[in-house]
Structure formats: C-alpha cells, structure tokens
Design a protein around this ligand. Structure first.
Ligand SMILES: C[S@@+](CC[C@H](N)C(=O)[O-])C[C@H]1O[C@@H](n2cnc3c(N)ncnc32)[C@H](O)[C@@H]1O
Length: 204
C-alpha cells in the first residue's frame, strides 16, 4: 500500500463522509441496530453516535489500521466500546449465525468482491437477523448511468477502489437476502455520486 492509501486516504474518507446528507441516512438506519452488531468497514466510526441502547455488543470490521485508530478514538470519547476485527469483509472471522445485525454504509461500493462479502454477512447473521444498509450505487436514469460508467475508472483510482456503478439491491438479493423496505433517492450533490440505496434485508 502506498502513502496515499495508507495516510492520505483515511483522512479524505473521514472528512468526505462527515456531511449532512450522509448523516440523514445514518440517522435513518443505524438506530435500528440491536443485539450483537457487526459493522462492516466501520471507517472512522461516523455511525457510532447513532447506535441506540439496544446494542449489546458492537464489532467493527475494518482493514485499514489508520481508520481503526480514528474509530477507536471516537468510540472512547463516546464511552462506546467497540471490538475491532482487522479483516476483510470477504472473509469475516466470526462463527456462522452469531450476529443479530450487520450494518454497512458506503462500503459495498469499495469492497473488491461485494458479492462474496454479502454472502459472508448472510452466513454470520442469525436466521431472524437483519442487514441494515445505506449505500451509493447505479442510478436508474440512463443519462446518469452513462456518466457513472464513464467516470468509474478514474473515480476508482482516486477513491481508494470506490465504484460508482454497482447495482446494490441486486447484489444484496443475489447473496440470498430478502429486501425489506428498500428506499432509493438522489442525495444532494453530483448525481453520478449520490444515488442512494437505503433499507433493510433479512436472510431469505
Ligand atoms: C467510504 S468508506 C465508508 C466508511 C464508513 N462505513 C462510513 O459510513 O463512514 C469505505 C470503507 O470501506 C472499507 N473497506 C474497503 N475494503 C474493504 C473490505 N474488503 N472489507 C471491509 N471493509 C472494506 C474502507 O477501509 C472504508 O472504511
């Protein structure tokens, strides 16, 4: 990993994800988490303020040590204990059927094999468990889609592997989830970057 990925990108991620629009979706999904919760790609911990008292244990999976440090500091300030898993979502180091809620926000765009990661999320979820998500991805409008496909190679390089054109609802369904309450909309901002899929899903 180069200097950009190791030292600059974590700060870019923290700053760029601290915006009001992202907060609007965090407020919508994170308070629904309960029980033993696994957050995938916890990043700098920006979801931490939105977890409710219904969370019994919070596990934060994150491959970047720099982001783990930031999330750890944020968790300590809030007196919210987080147990970190230094791992990749395609290979979650947890037992099958051991988690009540899996949370993923703006992470499925970046995980190299998002399908494998979602199958792992399904594996670790208990049968009655819930996947909560707020993700950006492929827009429904052909004109916006054209820009998403066109910009993707450049965006992928400057955005640490982020993809603009993943069909998030299809990826979730193909991994064996039943979507429950999917909401989609353009958030404020440039349309190729801001089509949001937000909702919940259960193991089918
Ligand atoms: C745009 S950031 C979002 C961070 C955080 N989820 C949020 O909502 O602010 C993308 C996150 O995905 C993480 N990520 C990238 N590849 C991953 C992988 N293979 N497994 C798990 N997380 C990954 C990055 O380290 C980063 O924390």
């Amino acid at each position: 990993m180069g200097i950009y990925e190791s030292w600059i990108l974590p700060w870019v991620i923290d700053l760029s994800m601290r915006n009001k629009e992202a907060r609007r979706f965090r407020e919508r999904v994170i308070p629904l988490a309960r029980g033993r919760v696994l957050e995938i790609g916890i990043g700098s911990g920006l979801n931490l303020p939105f977890y409710s008292g219904a969370v019994e244990q919070l596990l934060g999976l994150e491959p970047s040590p720099q982001l783990v440090r930031m999330a750890n500091r944020r968790g300590e300030r809030m007196a919210l204990p987080v147990e970190f898993l230094a791992a990749s979502a395609e290979n979650i180091p947890l037992d099958s059927r051991s988690v009540d809620t899996v949370v993923t926000t703006w992470t499925l765009c970046t995980i190299p094999d998002a399908g494998a990661a979602l199958r792992e999320m399904r594996r670790v979820l208990k049968p009655g468990g819930t996947l909560l998500f707020a993700e950006h991805g492929l827009a429904p409008d052909p004109g916006v889609q054209r820009w998403q496909h066109r910009l993707n190679p450049l965006w992928n390089r400057i955005g640490g592997g982020c993809n603009l054109n993943r069909r998030i609802d299809a990826l979730i369904a193909e991994a064996g989830f039943r979507l429950d309450g999917l909401e989609t909309e353009y958030a404020k901002g440039p349309k190729p970057l801001s089509f949001i899929y937000c909702g919940r899903a259960n193991p089918a």
